[in-house]
Design a protein around this ligand. Structure first.
Ligand SMILES: Nc1ncnc2c1ncn2[C@@H]1O[C@H](COP(=O)(O)OP(=O)(O)O)[C@@H](O)[C@H]1O
Ligand SMILES: [Mg+2]
Length: 334
C-alpha cells in the first residue's frame, strides 16, 4: 500500500467524482487550532459551548487548560449542520469516530450540535490515527511518510438511518472485483443469504458502471449500501491493504491469487461471503472499545477530571444551557 493510495481514499479525493452516487456531504477544511485542540490530551470544550477548567494537576501547563476558541469555524459548523437537515454523521479525511459512540446518548454517531461533533472526535482513537499516523502502514520511504503533509478536513454527511444488513464491502484487486462481504460481520441477517444472487449482480453492475473507470487506483475497497433491488449507494472507499478490515476475508486470501477469476472473462461472478446461520456469528469487532479508554484512565486514577467534565457537559446539554443549534432541533420531513 502506497501513500498515494491512502490519499486517493481520503474523502475529498473521491467525493467530487462520486457525488451523485453517495450521501450528500459537506467538507470543511480544519483550521490548525482545531487540529491542535483535537490532539490535546484532554476534554475541554470550546468557549461558547461550555468552558470548564481542566484538572488541577494540569496547572503547570496552562497552555493546555485554556478553553480553545475558534468562533468562525464554530459558526461554519453550526450552519453546515443546519443546511444538512440538522442531523449529521461526522468523519475526518478517512475515519469516523466509530469507537466513541459510547459517549453519545443514543450510542450512534448522530450529531445535532457542535458539541456532539467535538466530543465524538475528541474521544476517538480512530480520529487520532487519522491525525497522527495516516500513512503508518504504507510501504513508502520513512522520510516521505514524515514529509507528506495532509490537509485535514471535517466531513459532515447528512444523517441516514441505515439498515446494517444492507451494507457490503467490496474488494477490488487489479481492476477485478474479487470479493464481497457483509459489512457488519458480527450479525446474522437472514436476508443476505436468501438474496445472494440479486445482491451480487447489483454490486457487480454498480462496480462496472459507476466505480471501475472513475477510481484512480487498480486495487482498493469500497463500501456500498443496497437500499433495494437495483438501488445502490456508495458509502466509502478504503485502501486495499491491512489497514482496512477484510471482514469475512483474511488479507492472506485477498492478497493471494486464490480469489482471482480462473480466466480473464469480464463476466466472472465474484464471491460473496456472509454469515450463513445464527451460529456463524463472530464476536463484535469493536468489543475492545466498549470500555472506553477514558474510563480506564479514570479507574487507574489518571484523569478523574475528564469524566466529571463529560458528565457536566452532558447534564448542561440536557438542561439546554449549552449553546447549540436550538432553532434547528426540530426536523420536519428529514
Ligand atoms: N450519513 C450517514 N448516516 C448514518 N450512518 C452512516 C452514515 N455514513 C456512514 N454511516 C455508518 O457508519 C459506518 C462507518 O462509516 P464510514 O464512512 O465507512 O467510516 P469508516 O471509514 O471510519 O469506517 C458505515 O458503515 C455506516 O454504517
Ligand atoms: Mg472507511
Amino acid at each position: 500500500m502506497k501513500i498515494s493510495e491512502v490519499l486517493n481514499c481520503s474523502f475529498s479525493s473521491w467525493y467530487p467524482r462520486f457525488k451523485d452516487y453517495t450521501i450528500k456531504s459537506q467538507i470543511l477544511p480544519l483550521p490548525q487550532e482545531f487540529v491542535d485542540y483535537l490532539l490535546a490530551d484532554q476534554v475541554v470544550l470550546p468557549e461558547g459551548t461550555v468552558a470548564m477548567s481542566a484538572s488541577d494537576s494540569d496547572t503547570e501547563d496552562n497552555r493546555n487548560t485554556e478553553a480553545p476558541s475558534f468562533p468562525e469555524f464554530e459558526v461554519l459548523l453550526k450552519n453546515t449542520i443546519k443546511r444538512l437537515g440538522g442531523q449529521v454523521f461526522p468523519k475526518l479525511n478517512w475515519s469516523a469516530p466509530k469507537d466513541a459512540t459510547w459517549i453519545s446518548f443514543d450510542r450512534t454517531l448522530k450529531c445535532t450540535c457542535t458539541s456532539d461533533v467535538y466530543l465524538l472526535l475528541k474521544s476517538s482513537d480512530f480520529i487520532s490515527h487519522d491525525l497522527t499516523q495516516p500513512f503508518k502502514h504504507c510501504c513508502d520511504d520513512e522520510n516521505l511518510k514524515n514529509e507528506t503533509s495532509v490537509k485535514y478536513e471535517l466531513v459532515l454527511r447528512k444523517w441516514q438511518e441505515l439498515n446494517p444488513a444492507y451494507e457490503f464491502r467490496c474488494f477490488v484487486k487489479d481492476n477485478k472485483l474479487i470479493g464481497i462481504s457483509q459489512r457488519h460481520n458480527d450479525m446474522y441477517y437472514k436476508f443476505i443469504p436468501e438474496n445472494r444472487q440479486e445482491i451480487i449482480s447489483d454490486i457487480q453492475a454498480f462496480y462496472y458502471h459507476i466505480v471501475k473507470d472513475n477510481f484512480p487506483d487498480k486495487s482498493y475497497c469500497f463500501d456500498v449500501y443496497r437500499r433495494c433491488q437495483g438501488k445502490l449507494l456508495l458509502l466509502d472507499f478504503n485502501p486495499f491493504g491491512r489497514v482496512t478490515d477484510g471482514l469475512l476475508y483474511t488479507w492472506e486470501e485477498l492478497e493471494s491469487d486464490d480469489l482471482l477469476p480462473a480466466d480473464d472473462t469480464q463476466h466472472h461472478v465474484p464471491e460473496m461471503r456472509c454469515v450463513e446461520s445464527p451460529s456463524g456469528v463472530r464476536s463484535n469487532p469493536y468489543g475492545a472499545y466498549a470500555f472506553p479508554k477514558d474510563f480506564i484512565d479514570i479507574s487507574s486514577g489518571d484523569d478523574p477530571a475528564k469524566l466529571i467534565q463529560l458528565l457536566q457537559l452532558k447534564t448542561q446539554e440536557q438542561n439546554g444551557t449549552v449553546s447549540s443549534d436550538e432553532e434547528s432541533t426540530d426536523y420536519p420531513g428529514t
